[in-house]
Write a protein that binds this ligand. Structure first.
Ligand SMILES: C[S@@+](CC[C@H](N)C(=O)[O-])C[C@H]1O[C@@H](n2cnc3c(N)ncnc32)[C@H](O)[C@@H]1O
Length: 414
């Protein structure tokens, strides 16, 4: 989509085409295009409306029903912060007393809108003219135009003395190809500018890739890793007065609401965040005890592992590692926790395909899920090589115990 096509979509004719496109989106694309053409929609407008309708459909997973009134580009949607994460960040900024915020590289505006929903006045800057226009339209659609102004320009030139706080979510994909950028020095705005913001504005928050190298975390900043329904979605740096802990793992349960009051032994649950967001905090330097495999194995959420908070979780669960370099935890009790999945270990075998196959046949196991940490085996290849024929389910954990390749046969804990 270019600016001309976007302008066309916002006319009365364009809105009607978009409404028609929404009705046929998600089905056969050729049939959808033919339906719009048959209704008299010009080819260019039909293509733009169908693309937009398809993006809105996909965006519902990130934004919920609000996506129906928003405008997207494919790269903008891929890079946008999902609603549950943006809302949390915004509430945290608001709770820290932030009243005015610069969103430097605002994209389609997901973070800017979330901040505005808490009452923060947002000055959003976006270098790409089409993306800036879409962010502005999205602020209008959300009824937040009074609180969000979008400027098309270079974020590095923004006068940060005008605001209480800055947020920056640098582009981590190459414009044009959409390829991921792994080197922070190639981010846009560049990494030096991004981390330098904290020296100019004490209240600085930055969104970064979850693969962030811990060595890049500025001294004194809090680094947070966020997981949603088991997917590690982002890391964030909280600087100056916004830093509350050295490390934080935030685990959001969006798909399956959990009743927090049922979860025992979760001392770091943040009551203000509602029942579906859990936060584990700590220094990120402690080491968990090492011991034998025990009756239960816990597979910690990736946010906990990336935040280096496995030792803190081990302390909560009275658990230990079986290998100092592998993040599976073992304990005698199954304690419900939002930070890890728990399985009951029924067998522990030094890895041997022949012995594993024989044991699974003896148990009539026909369906396996395969988890692995510290194993070079390929789960799909192993599944094929096992040639299972039974009707019982089992979970296999491929790992190392005291450096030896090991497989645990497990059953889920209900
Ligand atoms: C990762 S996206 C932001 C996504 C946004 N937080 C959201 O959730 O919708 C980064 C954006 O920064 C913009 N950008 C990159 N360099 C910039 C610069 N120097 N000035 C302003 N914007 C820039 C890119 O065009 C891109 O839209």
């Amino acid at each position: 989509m270019d600016l001309g096509q976007f302008a066309a979509l916002r006319t009365d004719e364009g809105s009607a085409a978009l409404d028609a496109a929404v009705r046929v989106a998600g089905g056969d694309p050729l049939h959808a295009a033919a339906t719009l053409r048959a209704a008299g929609v010009p080819a260019g407008l039909a293509a733009a409306a169908l693309t937009q309708a398809e993006l809105r459909r996909r965006a519902t997973g990130k934004f919920g029903p609000e996506a129906r009134g928003m405008f997207f580009t494919r790269p903008g949607l891929e890079q946008a912060t999902r609603r549950i994460v943006a809302d949390r960040r915004a509430r945290r900024l608001r709770a820290a007393g932030v009243a005015t915020l610069a969103d430097l590289g605002c994209g389609l505006g997901a973070d800017a809108l979330a901040a505005a929903r808490t009452g923060i006045r947002v000055y959003a800057v976006e270098a790409d003219p089409l993306t800036a226009a879409l962010a502005e339209a999205n602020a209008h659609a959300a009824g937040l135009a009074d609180l969000v102004s979008v400027e098309c320009g270079d974020a590095t030139a923004f006068d940060v003395t005008r605001v209480d706080a800055v947020f920056c979510d640098p582009a981590r994909r190459r414009a044009g190809t959409g390829r991921r950028i792994f080197d922070p020095n190639a981010y846009s705005p560049p990494w030096d500018f991004v981390v330098g913001l904290a020296e100019r504005v004490p209240y600085t928050a930055v969104k970064v890739a979850p693969g962030l190298d811990h060595a890049l975390i500025p001294a004194g900043a809090e680094a947070e890793w966020v997981g949603v329904d088991g997917d590690l979605v982002e890391a964030a740096l909280w600087c100056g007065p916004l830093a509350e802990h050295r490390r934080r793992a935030t685990v959001c349960k969006e798909g399956s609401p959990t009743n927090a009051s049922c979860i025992a032994g979760v001392p770091s649950l943040h009551p203000g965040d509602g029942p579906r967001v859990y936060q584990l905090t700590g220094q990120g330097t402690a080491e968990a005890p090492v011991g034998p495999v025990r009756r239960f194995v816990y597979d910690p959420d990736s946010a906990v592992v990336r935040a280096h908070l496995v030792a803190e979780l081990a302390a909560d669960l009275d658990a230990s590692l079986a290998d100092p370099s592998i993040a599976y935890l073992y304990a005698d009790r199954a304690i419900p926790t939002p930070y890890a999945r728990c399985l009951e270990v029924t067998d522990v075998l030094a890895f041997s395909l022949k012995r594993l196959r024989a044991l699974l046949r003896e148990r009539r196991v026909g369906r396996v899920e395969i988890l692995k940490r510290g194993s070079a085996l390929e789960p799909e290849r192993l599944r094929r090589d096992l040639r299972l024929t039974g009707d019982q389910p089992a979970s296999l954990v491929l790992t190392r115990v005291a450096a030896a390749p090991t497989v645990l046969i497990c059953q889920p804990v209900t």
